[in-house]
Design a protein around this ligand. Structure first.
Ligand SMILES: *Cc1c(COP(=O)(O)O)cnc(C)c1O
Length: 411
């Protein structure tokens, strides 16, 4: 290990993040009062403002009852619109293309209702073999719903033997004329590989497929340009890098090209245009925006932490965060020299996460890190430890602590 503890502290003084805006949990072991938190790719830490602002929204209910729909300081009826602009800027979309609603897998299903339209000759869905299980279950159930066999219809992309990540050219080669939908993770949850979203999207379109992206590990982690990249649809959750709390509401993107188009969609009273919603008509009049994919009225107290968090990202800016992320993850990467890191070494092909292959018993290892060193890392059994230095609140000293603890434990 080349960087000393004093050196790490110097780097922190020169390149501070925004740790002071977050509640960092106390450590349950080791010699430092706070944890070194590397699980922000799983559940981000709570911004301090979240508590205050959630209580404000909650108290509006106490003070106003039903009148809060219009009279609350942040009125509930148009509340979701407060999130649209910041969410759109975060993923490189137009506000009309973006909506915050439901949870991630639910959004994937609602979007596949519109965008997975299989025919006999074109009914396959391409995912990564290392896709997050929920995505795998979702596409398999969609395939069955349409009367096809998931064993035949779902193509799972595997890295070459001896390799851990997917090569873009290999992905592109799999996109044949029988593919109806390409649905990949923008950043893979396990390996931390950042996919070449524009190239794969273009190749998918050339093959005649619809291309959607699961951005669970990409949103708030890397800059995105969903509109310019011509992505058909995307969805992401808000509890990982977006720090909006466990099970927080998710985001959805539908490209402008598809807005207002006549396509199948599951609708409810929030799918209809806001201006005539309360005329209580029997038929919906969906707006030509992503709001048309909403179904139910939004849960305000779940939306509140997402709004607080998105406003923070808006203030700091994802490009600035990415710059610090490159420095921080680069530092951790250097500190982990000698360990088997399965995440691509090229910073352009990864976000904030480094996945380390350990000899086995990743769970036991992560418990030792937590209780003996106060380092929180995520274990994927049997042998992957995931470490995400989060540019908003992680420090160089955290990176030093993680590497020092890992080195000690592995010895
Ligand atoms: C975290 C994650 C999920 C979780 O799905 P929920 O519907 O939010 O429970 C799904 N897919 C991917 C790729 C994820 O990383």
């Amino acid at each position: 290990m080349t960087l000393s503890e004093a050196g790490a502290l110097e780097l922190d003084a020169a390149d501070p993040g925004h740790r002071e805006l977050f509640d960092v949990p106390p450590a349950q072991g080791g010699k430092y009062p706070e944890v070194a938190y590397f699980a922000g790719n799983s559940l981000g830490l709570r911004p301090k403002a979240t508590r205050t602002e959630l209580l404000e929204d909650l108290d509006a209910w106490a003070a106003l009852g039903v009148e809060g729909h219009l009279d609350a300081a942040r009125p509930w009826l148009p509340y979701h619109e407060l999130l649209t602009g910041p969410a759109a800027r975060l993923v490189g979309a137009l506000p009309s293309e973006t909506v915050v609603m439901n949870s991630l897998t639910v959004n994937l299903h609602l979007l596949m209702v519109s965008f997975y339209r299989p025919t006999r000759s074109r009914h396959r869905i391409v995912i990564e073999d290392a896709a997050f299980p929920s995505d795998s279950y979702a596409v398999r159930s969609q395939v069955r719903f349409h009367g096809y066999d998931p064993e035949d219809a779902v193509i799972r992309l595997r890295p070459r033997p001896g390799e851990d990540s997917l090569r873009t050219a290999d992905v592109v080669e799999q996109l044949g004329g029988d593919v109806a939908l390409v649905l990949l993770g923008g950043v893979n949850y396990l390996t931390g590989e950042l996919m070449d979203i524009p190239t794969i999207t273009k190749a998918g379109h050339l093959a005649g497929a619809v291309v959607g992206w699961d951005l669970a590990h990409a949103a708030g982690n890397v800059p995105l340009s969903l509109h310019d990249w011509d992505v058909d649809f995307a969805a992401w959750c808000s509890y990982k890098y977006l720090n909006a709390g466990p099970g927080a509401l998710a985001g959805a993107f539908v490209h402008e090209r598809h807005l207002g188009a006549d396509m199948p969609r599951f609708e409810g009273w929030w799918s209809t245009e806001a201006s005539t919603r309360f005329e209580m008509r029997p038929e919906a009049r969906p707006p030509a925006t992503a709001d048309a994919w909403q179904v139910s009225n939004p849960p305000i107290f779940s939306m509140s932490p997402v709004r607080t968090s998105l406003e923070l990202f808006d203030k700091v800016g994802i490009d600035v965060l990415r710059e610090r992320s490159l420095r921080l993850t680069g530092c951790l990467s250097e500190l982990l020299t000698g360990f088997e890191v399965i995440t691509p070494a090229d910073p352009a092909r990864r976000g904030a996460q480094l996945s380390v292959r350990v000899p086995g018993g990743a769970g036991a290892l992560s418990r030792r890190l937590r209780f003996e060193y106060g380092v929180i890392a995520d274990a994927r059994e049997p042998d992957v430890l995931r470490l995400a230095p989060v540019p908003l609140y992680s420090t160089y000293h955290d990176c030093w602590r993680a590497a020092a603890a890992l080195t000690e434990v592995m010895d």
